[in-house]
Design a protein around this ligand. Structure first.
Ligand code: HEC
Ligand code: HEC
Length: 351
């Protein structure tokens, strides 16, 4: 038999065996696939999926397994979910989340809900696409501290990962697959099921209380000017703004641009699920929602880059209560109800 033909037969046999064992190793759950397909149709239609990474159940499930897996860190202690807790809208409740060597980072872990709608990633906008973000915490010394090369070596020994990688991306597990699958999972964390959303979609059947209404009017008023920055459906206009709490260590946007006029500017954060995501601000220095929501009142007026959209105002006790009540209507726990975002108790071995 000519050598070329023999090797073709061998190759076909190898692929056939490979795929055969693949389907045995990964038993996708047909009921969950159905839930995913409904979710995709109703929630993911306008998410910014890249052309090289369109949404699919297999990709989402692989991303979820990776997100919950502590083997993505040097000493197998820290997974993505260690710092992005599902019950906290995928933020963390500590000021600085511990990475593999302890809490050595310098920023507070932000919520990941609706992160797929953000056009820039991270508080300084240092990453331009969500699919490229996961490589940063994986390799960062203060977070998971493992090189992608080492990680690929490690995970490639796991037959399930290999099988899932082939099913999802039709290629063996590599940096492309790991980052794209994690990007796919993060981008799927879409949720807009808060009381406020219900009210906006149909104010005759979904009512807000008089206090919540008063808070909403205040929030959108010219007197307070909150929506000048926290505008749009996720309560961020995606601009970078200096609100005066620049502590000198963190250059914010200037870390990326090196421009003096960008010092102390941070991406305007979403206010969705704000009642769940304390502590607040880029460094987690503010614990209290009332203090956070009145941040325009505690500005350092000498800061040269202070944003012109900040307005000074006075609030009565009733108005403070009302504003806080309105911010609570942005809490949305529906993202936990369909069960897609969290596999069984975060069990990485479900598939
Ligand atoms: C040790 C804690 C920690 C771990 C582990 C971690 N993150 Fe994060 N994550 C953060 C912090 C802190 C930030 C904010 C970084 C910044 O803005 O500079 C962040 C930001 C993000 C963002 C951008 C959010 C936004 O609004 O721009 C995404 C997406 C994200 N992380 C996904 C992941 C994924 C995926 C993993 C696992 C591969 C992961 N994170 C692991 C702490 C962590
Ligand atoms: C000039 C733009 C601007 C205006 C106006 C503004 N904010 Fe902010 N807001 C920001 C920025 C930027 C941050 C993040 C600062 C940081 O990370 O250090 C922030 C943070 C917050 C936070 C904490 C969010 C978190 O997850 O850490 C809350 C709550 C908040 N703002 C509510 C309000 C309310 C309510 C108003 C109106 C009274 C308002 N903001 C007005 C830009 C603005």
């Amino acid at each position: 038999m000519p050598l070329a033909k023999a090797s073709r037969i061998l190759f076909t046999l190898f692929v056939a065996l490979g795929l055969g064992s693949c389907s045995k190793l990964v038993q996708y759950d047909p009921d969950e696939r159905e839930v995913y397909d409904d979710f995709k149709e109703s929630h993911l239609a306008d998410s910014l999926f890249r052309n090289d990474n369109p949404a699919s159940y297999e990709r989402f499930v692989l991303g979820r397994k990776l997100f919950f897996d502590p083997d993505l860190s040097a000493n197998s202690s820290t997974s993505c979910v260690s710092c992005h807790l599902p019950e906290r809208a995928f933020a963390d409740f500590v000021r600085i989340s511990p990475g593999v060597h302890g809490p050595n980072g310098f920023r507070n872990s932000p919520t990941l809900i609706n992160v797929g709608s953000r056009s820039v990633v991270n508080m300084d906008g240092g990453i331009l696409h969500l699919d490229l973000q996961p490589a940063t915490p994986i390799e960062d010394h203060d977070e998971m501290d493992i090189s992608l090369v080492r990680l690929i070596e490690r995970l490639s020994q796991d037959e399930k990962y290999q099988a899932m990688s082939l099913s999802a991306y039709d290629r063996p597990l590599d940096a492309f697959v790991i980052t794209r699958a994690l990007g796919q999972y993060c981008r799927s964390l879409v949720s807009r099921g808060s009381l406020y959303d219900d009210y906006i979609s149909d104010s005759t059947t979904h009512r807000l209380t008089a206090t919540e209404m008063m808070g909403m009017e205040l929030f959108f008023s010219d007197r307070l000017g909150c929506s000048g920055c926290h505008g749009g459906r996720d309560f961020t206009d995606e601009s970078f703004a200096c609100v005066g709490n620049f502590d000198g260590d963190d250059q914010g946007r200037a870390r990326i641009t090196t421009l003096r006029e960008d010092q102390g500017k941070f991406k305007v954060p979403t206010l969705r699920n704000i009642a769940l995501t304390r502590p607040y601000m880029h460094d987690g220095s503010v614990y209290d929602l009332r203090a956070a929501m009145t941040h325009p009142l505690s500005i350092d007026t000498d800061h040269p880059n202070l944003d012109e959209r900040l307005i000074s105002f006075e609030l009565s006790e009733d108005e403070i209560l009302a504003l806080e009540a309105f911010l609570h209507t942005l809490t949305d726990s529906s993202y936990l109800a369909h069960g897609l975002f969290v596999n069984e108790q975060g069990d990485v071995n479900k598939y």
